[in-house]
Design a protein around this ligand. Structure first.
Ligand code: CAA
Length: 281
């Protein structure tokens, strides 16, 4: 199939990688060439890791990379798509704008999926004239490693679109899980209150960063502590998701910790900015 991925950041690059590795032709779209080059470099280094583990060969790596083409012109990048997956920043206005464009540029038969972590699929679908073909296809970071795809049906999503996305996820070696369209879906509805509470625990001086993470890593067998995971996801993304749930539910435990708000305002976004709860410089 021809798969068009919108956004060459952390998630978009990972999604492009897993589709190309499964034999699909991937067009990787972003607004400038530098973003595409960074995305392709990240894919190459992830594939190198898998080569080093002797799970694929150097030839497999090169064949995967050869199936990915970068585009800065959206019309060109989605013109032949059988499926589009949007993985832009977690910003509702941006996603509505992108989906209106995709609706006019992608073939009429192509389903339009979004990798949004929390934003309403129904709202995004309403920006198009094909709401029955709009669906959430939510991958987890790091995409090549994590087995889950959270598949979110919007109000109008039809069975054919859902089946296509469920089947494709299985073909990628993932386990798709179907959920309904409410703020944060299931993954972030449960994960983000935990991360937010860890930040509040730090803010209130109950324990330090490493102590909080050690408790959750060794006490609950989590692969990463919640503060390390927040840095990994990006603190701006965590804040955006909490705000969507706060607005959607109006419940106190979705109110972002003041420390999280401050760190995002200060540009301390976690790994991607070089500093968050930990220093990555
Ligand atoms: N590409 C390819 N392979 C990768 C990789 C990448 N980017 N990152 C890690 N790996 C591989 C490693 O090569 C290694 O492979 P083997 O098992 O064959 O040895 C394996 O993954 C484990 O990696 P490491 O040994 O380097 O390190 P680790 O054991 O600490 O695992 C981790 C790293 C997989 C990231 C692990 O710490 C983990 O699972 N963390 C939690 C991740 C998580 O919760 N993700 C969800 C975030 S929420 C989200 O994404 C959704 C949202 O909407 C916010």
């Amino acid at each position: 199939m021809n798969i068009s991925v919108i956004g060459a950041g952390q998630m978009g690059a990972g999604i492009a990688q897993v589709f190309a590795a499964a034999g699909h032709n991937v067009s990787l779209n972003d607004i400038n060439q530098a973003a595409i080059d960074r995305g392709i470099a990240a894919i190459a280094s992830s594939l190198d890791r898998i080569v080093r583990k002797e799970k694929i060969t150097e030839d497999d790596k090169n064949a995967t990379l050869a199936r990915i083409a970068g585009y800065t012109d959206l019309a060109e990048g989605v013109g032949k798509a059988d499926l589009v997956i949007e993985a832009a920043t977690e910003n509702v206005d941006l996603k509505l704008k992108i989906f209106a464009q995709l609706d006019s540029l992608a073939p009429a038969a192509a389903p339009l999926a979004t990798n949004t972590s929390s934003i309403s699929i129904t709202k995004i679908a309403a920006a198009t004239k094909r709401p029955e073909k709009v669906i959430g296809m939510h991958f987890m970071n790091p995409v090549p490693v994590m087995k889950l795809v959270e598949v979110i049906r919007g109000y109008a999503t039809d069975d054919a679109t859902t089946k296509l996305v469920m089947d494709l996820s299985r073909e990628l070696g993932k386990t798709p899980t179907e959920v309904n369209d409410y703020p944060g879906f299931v993954a972030n509805r449960i994960l983000m209150p935990m991360i937010n509470e860890a930040i509040t625990t730090l803010f209130e001086g109950v324990a330090g960063v490493e102590e909080i993470d050690t408790v959750m890593k060794l006490g609950m067998a989590h692969p990463m502590g919640p503060l390390q995971l927040a840095d990994y996801i990006g603190l701006d993304t965590c804040l955006a998701i909490l705000n969507v749930m706060k607005d959607g539910f109006g419940r106190a435990h979705h109110q972002p910790s003041p420390l999280l708000v401050n760190m995002v305002m200060a540009g301390k976004l976690g790994r991607k900015s070089g500093e968050g709860f930990y220093d990555y410089s």
